[in-house]
Write a protein that binds this ligand. Structure first.
Ligand code: HMG
Ligand code: MG
Length: 300
């Protein structure tokens, strides 16, 4: 039951850069986003409207959004934890917003300073305001396959939070392995629990690759018919509030796998790999992506 086509949601400019120690100026972020769109990315996280004290790396999101030359039909999405964030998103003409909750109580407290239930309550006015303005909302459920705080995460808890977010109006719920610990059969168990309560077509997956399991987990999700995948150019990523969370699965690795399986992602691998090297050169390190490294000598 493999899909013929997937939607890749590129998270490098947000999930990736939010975790960088060095400052990445707005013009580099803009060039990164524009290059990704030129490579065929059709949905992209451009930043977050969150507290600059919590995540200083995203404090220039309004500036980035202002400077971007946008391409018609592309989704430019931003994270919004509350109404203040939503107002920033509207002012910057984001085409979509993202709310983020989790299946771990401790992570919720550390990441957004409230319980899971309180986070859902905070999203209610955001979801309503988005509905009033016809702005699509994507939601994310963190720590769905494991918590950095030594708690057991039950698939039923992931399903419960996913259903609440879907019922509140999210068109997609992205099931996130924030600390990259999940394995393929576990992935299937969690996705089955979620698919029991929301439509399969509304499920997305977001894997970090800390333990090298992300591509295997993506294959497990594809085999169930999941066709919404998050990935991050050059494998950038992590979450400042999840100890041990390293990079997301690299978009280049995902696209190479999809190309080999005859699944359409709409992305030009060569342009993507050049973009991975563009941002990695700026950050003065090699991409963690095997594909970006393997293809480097074949770029010109
Ligand atoms: P708080 O301290 O409880 O909030 O933080 P508050 O309402 O008391 O406000 C405190 C200060 O923040 C005030 O400023 C507010 O104005 C300001 P002050 O008066 O002290 O100068 N503030 C804001 N500023 C800008 N934009 C806003 C905003 N809201 C309040 N929207 C809050 C609560 C949610 C704001 C905070 O905890 C926060 O910003 N957290 C951000 C966490 C974050 O961005 N984490 C990373 C993204 S999630 C992730 O990476 C996971 C994901 O990739 C999936 C996965 O892998 O799991 C999506
Ligand atoms: Mg993440």
């Amino acid at each position: 039951m493999l899909p013929d086509k997937v939607r890749l949601f590129e998270v490098g400019a947000r999930d990736g850069l939010q975790n960088e120690k060095q400052e990445v100026p707005a013009n580099i972020k803009v060039e990164l986003i524009e290059r990704l769109v030129d490579a065929g990315v059709s949905a992209i996280e451009t930043g977050s409207f969150v507290s600059p004290k919590w995540v200083p790396q995203m404090k220039d999101t309004a500036d980035v959004m202002e400077r971007l030359t946008r391409k018609e039909g592309v989704v430019y999405s931003v994270l919004t934890p509350n109404m203040k964030g939503f107002e920033g998103a509207v002012a910057s003409k984001a085409t979509e917003i993202e709310v983020f909750s989790g299946a771990s109580e401790m992570f919720s407290q550390k990441n957004i300073n409230c319980s899971i239930d309180e986070s859902l309550e905070r999203f209610l006015p955001v979801m309503q305001a988005a509905k009033d303005k016809n702005i699509p909302v994507r939601a994310s459920v963190s720590c769905a396959l494991g918590s950095p705080f030594d708690e057991e995460i039950k698939p039923e808890k992931v399903a419960e939070v996913s259903k609440k977010l879907y019922d509140m109006g999210a068109y997609e719920v992205s099931i996130a392995d924030t600390i990259g610990v999940g394995t393929p059969l576990q992935t299937k168990r969690v996705l089955y629990a979620v698919a029991n309560v929301i439509p399969l077509g509304a499920i997305g997956v977001h894997f970090h690759d800390t333990y090298g399991q992300a591509l295997a987990n993506i294959l497990a999700a594809l085999e169930m018919g999941v066709a919404r995948l998050d990935s991050s150019v050059a494998g950038l990523g992590g979450c400042p509030y999840a100890p041990g969370a390293t990079g997301n699965v690299a978009t280049e690795d995902v696209v190479y796998m999809l190309d080999g399986m005859g699944i359409d992602s709409g992305i030009d691998l060569k342009k993507l790999v050049k973009t991975a090297w563009f941002i990695s050169d700026f950050l003065e390190r090699k991409p963690v992506s095997s594909v970006a490294n393997a293809l480097k000598s074949k770029l010109d």
